[in-house]
Design a protein. Structure first.
Length: 486
């Protein structure tokens, strides 16, 4: 076997996106030369591209054992560890790469992203600045710097960074997408929706792009056609943007929606939807398609014309009766549903059940857990004196959650799908917003133009749930006084 010639074939396969073929060649070479650090490192890169971070870490660790001065391997090891959420280890290996090569711009950038994941934004920015000093054309470093400024609430600085990134690299999809976030956050919907279309070209979302033969709807006449609407993101996004389905139906089209199975029984009740199919299943015939989050662009949505009529989701009456019977013994009391944690990936959005412990002293109120996932375990051991009713094991899908919500007086939730669901049902909902909010909550306002019955409770600084807790307690005390005198 000609080792170098075969290795060049592996490089070519990687460039063509043929990752499995590239990996097989590397494995064949390593059977003959198990101590070949260059090939071991390249195999790690392939494993990383395949999202197999455990194998990538194994390859990169072996690489630096074979060659302790292999700078790129330390950097790639740090990046792989970051994907696993092991940020302290990642930081140490990025620092090692910089120690070996003080001019290694990529390592400074990656060190910044690891620090940013830990919430050390000032330090992260300093390393992004170092990277751009070494390479003034480093577009990705400007993008990451913008994200760090945005997390600090410095949106104007963030936008300048994104604009610089796009100026340096007009095809930098991540910079465009982050520019969309900042623009939407500022209420500049005209630019925001346009930039948001870059999401399918970003490194995180490219796999979600649907390559249908049928055309993408751009707002043209669809009367008499069958259109497929589909969600490419989370439950909350699906709930928020399904509001556009009736508007699509009003254009004279037959509307089919592809949805996560957990939402199917709920979405079928939305006006104008004729069929719902499960995400990943076989699709019926259709003439044209559009992702849900592209509909605001199609309908030229502004702050003034957001389709905000609620409820736009309705619940099966049989399910409502089931939950009504279940909690009937607590009717004289004010009934509050609680959600304290969302997706673990977005840890800044979450608090703990202990956040609500000061509310235990309030009279004439009963609290219900609506929390699902790992954080639901906290409901089994609530804070001392906090009475929490937990029926979540009987919640099978979002239709059950919706029926449960219909029987409650108020929902208090962190930024999760449950908050969206309560808003879509037209129920009073208090949503707890982190200091660096998601774009849809805008800035410096207590209401949401998307949900008329929602009130926003914002952190005043990064990680500060304490001030939110005090405000919630005060406002709930006032609300309960009104409830008792009603």
């Amino acid at each position: 076997m000609n080792i170098e010639e075969n290795f060049q074939h592996a490089i070519k396969y990687l460039q063509e996106g043929k990752l499995r073929q590239a990996a097989n060649i590397c494995l064949e070479i390593l059977e003959i030369q198990p101590d070949n650090s260059k090939v071991t490192h390249f195999l790690g890169i392939i494993c990383y591209r395949l999202n197999n971070y455990d194998l990538a870490i194994e390859c990169f660790k072996k690489t630096v054992q074979l060659n302790p001065n292999f700078t790129e391997a330390y950097n790639n090891l740090g990046t792989s560890l970051q994907e696993k959420g092991q940020f302290d280890e990642a930081i140490s290996f990025h620092q090692k790469a910089i120690q070996l090569n003080p001019n290694f711009t990529e390592a400074y950038n990656n060190l910044g992203t690891s620090l940013q994941e830990k919430g050390q934004f000032d330090e992260a920015i300093s390393f992004y600045q170092k990277a751009t000093q070494l390479d003034p054309n480093f577009s990705d470093a400007y993008t990451n710097m913008g994200k760090a400024f945005q997390e600090q609430g410095q949106i104007d600085k963030a936008l300048l960074c994104y604009q610089k990134a796009v100026q340096l690299s007009p095809s930098n999809a991540d910079a465009h997408w982050n520019m969309a976030y900042a623009s939407l956050l500022l209420g500049n919907f005209k630019q925001g929706w346009k930039e948001y279309e870059w999401r399918f070209r970003t490194t995180k979302k490219i796999s979600l792009c649907r390559n249908f033969q049928q055309p993408l709807w751009d707002g043209a006449n669809i009367r008499g056609l069958t259109i497929l609407l589909y969600n490419e993101q989370g439950f909350g996004d699906n709930i928020q943007f399904i509001r556009y389905a009736p508007l699509v139906a009003q254009r004279g089209a037959k509307v089919i929606v592809e949805s996560q199975k957990e939402l199917m029984s709920l979405i079928i009740n939305v006006e104008g939807i004729q069929q719902v199919v499960v995400q990943g299943g076989e699709l019926p015939e259709f003439d044209i398609h559009c992702p849900l989050l592209s509909l605001p662009l199609v309908f030229d949505t502004t702050l003034e014309n957001i389709p905000s009529k609620v409820p736009y989701i309705r619940v099966d009456s049989v399910l409502v009766k089931k939950w009504q019977d279940k909690i009937a013994n607590n009717i004289p009391k004010f009934k509050i549903g609680l959600v304290w944690a969302g997706n673990p990936k977005f840890r800044f959005k979450s608090c703990s059940l202990g956040f609500f412990s000061p509310l235990a002293k309030l009279d004439n109120v009963v609290f219900y857990s609506l929390q699902k996932g790992e954080a639901a375990e906290q409901a089994r051991n609530p804070p001392q004196g906090f009475k929490l009713v937990d029926y979540t094991e009987e919640i099978n899908d979002f239709s059950d959650t919706a029926a449960f919500i219909e029987e409650l007086d108020l929902i208090i939730s962190v930024d999760t799908a449950v908050a969206h669901l309560a808003g879509a049902l037209g129920k009073p909902v208090w949503t707890l917003i982190p200091f660096a909010p998601d774009w849809r909550w805008l800035l410096n306002r207590e209401d949401s133009p998307w949900y008329p019955t929602m009130r926003l409770f914002r952190q005043t600084c990064q990680g500060d749930w304490e001030s939110v807790k005090i405000l919630i307690e005060n406002e709930l005390t006032i609300l309960l006084k009104e409830f008792r005198t009603a």
